[in-house]
Design a protein around this ligand. Structure first.
Ligand SMILES: [Zn+2]
Length: 418
């Protein structure tokens, strides 16, 4: 027995991948490109010595299966694709840690673990080329909106279905990928945090509580254009005044209820220095892990907008741009993740994820899911300066491996006995 886990090897392989698929501007593994295929081929080579069954599913996701005594499967996921000029860790750290864990499990159980272990490389997590993230995992979960995806076009005018054909995927059948989840008993994903929370706490690792839900709206205030010199203050219908009062109130709501909110844009018409603003449009992005609190953020903002509009003699209309449900992860797996982290580096922290991940789709599909985050230096990602200390990278492989082992035991223990 004994563990053959070698986290230093993971760091060395990450560097090897970087040398293979990055240039002076960062990682260039955009999905469905030659560089992406090259990276995938490279990863496959890393696993040739293991007794794995490897196949590409109907959505272009690659699955590496170490068959166990039971068909029940532990899933570990990541994505080889990057944004253009991306970082060296986003997505592939998850996969290469998974590679190391497969090696350890294979060695420890002499090629036959008690349950099946499957590593999945999701296709086009980033959506960099077609503007639609989580492609492979949302096809697998069944959430991909086919009519929307069918019409997606890249900057060269190539349609998503045609790009998929190039890599052997039939667009109309991508949801057949769902069969892969038949025996899925748990899903684990390691990821760099991509934000500054763990950095500010000076902690290497954190257990992720889930991914934020999103309410995204355009708010249009409508007043009346009028001469800035001749119109007394009490006769104005000032759309900008209403919008301007809205902004600090929105941020106050996030302070009260938690979550985050952003007023990302503000435009005015006629937009000239001598006119009261007739139309003012702001965009609002609110995110929260708790469904009820997210609703509260939204409705409080809506109610207040009516009041601010009335105060400014203006009117207000809301237009929803996007709505995504919060996806809390599995409580018991979050606890196991916490435990694995504490055993590795003494202290853990639980935090929500602002960005969506493939894990969001697995949680949506009803697979018990958890993610582990490792600290990001500078709190920056999707940029060539994305980085994590090597000692933290090694630590995250160790902790993630412990989580995998604990989760295997969790899957085997019948309900009520754990
Ligand atoms: Zn990622």
């Amino acid at each position: 027995m004994g563990s053959s886990l070698d986290p230093k090897r993971t760091v060395a392989e990450l560097k090897e991948l970087r040398a293979l698929t990055s240039d002076e501007n960062g990682a260039q593994r955009v999905a469905f490109t030659d560089a992406w295929l090259k990276a995938r081929g490279w990863m496959r080579q890393k696993l040739v010595d293991l007794p794995l069954e490897i196949h590409q599913d109907a959505a272009g996701n690659t699955w590496f299966m170490l068959r166990g005594e039971s068909e029940k499967a532990l899933l570990i996921g990541g994505h080889m694709d990057s944004v253009p000029n991306g970082g060296w860790l986003d997505g592939c750290l998850n996969l290469l840690a998974g590679v190391e864990i497969l090696r350890r499990i294979n060695a420890q159980y002499h090629g036959k673990p008690p349950i099946t272990v499957r590593l999945v490389d999701w296709a086009d997590e980033e959506g960099a080329r077609f503007g639609k993230s989580l492609f492979g995992s949302s096809a697998c979960s069944g959430n991909l909106v086919m009519d929307e995806a069918r019409g997606l076009v890249d900057k060269d005018g190539i349609k998503l279905p045609d790009a998929l054909k190039n890599v052997g995927v039939d667009f109309e059948r991508v949801k057949d990928s769902g069969v892969e989840l038949k025996n899925a008993a748990a899903y684990l994903e390691l990821h760099i945090e991509q934000g500054p929370v763990l950095l500010d706490l000076d902690l290497p690792l954190g257990a992720v509580l889930g991914t934020f839900g999103v309410e995204r709206h355009a708010i249009d205030f409508h007043g009346q254009a009028a001469h800035s010199g001749s119109t007394p203050m009490n006769r104005r219908k000032d759309a900008f005044l209403a919008a301007a009062k809205m902004a600090p109130y929105l941020y106050q709501l996030a302070n009260e209820h938690g979550g985050v909110c952003t007023v990302g844009s503000c435009s005015t018409k006629p937009g000239i220095v001598t006119s009261v603003v007739e139309e003012c449009r702001i965009t609002l992005d609110q995110r929260h892990l708790d469904k009820d609190k997210l609703e509260r953020l939204y409705w409080d903002a809506r109610d207040a907008s009516e009041q601010f509009a009335e105060d400014a003699n203006a009117e207000v209309h809301w237009e929803r741009l996007l709505q995504i449900a919060p996806r809390p992860f599995n409580d018991e797996l979050v606890a196991l993740c916490d435990e694995a982290i504490r055993e590795t580096c003494g202290k853990s922290h639980r935090l929500p994820s602002g960005p969506l991940h493939d894990a969001t789709e697995m949680a949506a599909a009803g697979v018990p899911t958890v993610m582990m985050f490792v600290q990001s230096l500078h709190g920056i990602s999707h940029n060539k300066i994305e980085d994590t200390k090597e000692e933290h990278l090694e630590m995250c492989v160790t902790a993630f491996d412990k989580l995998a082992e604990k989760t295997m035991a969790w899957i085997q223990s019948p309900p009520g006995q754990s």
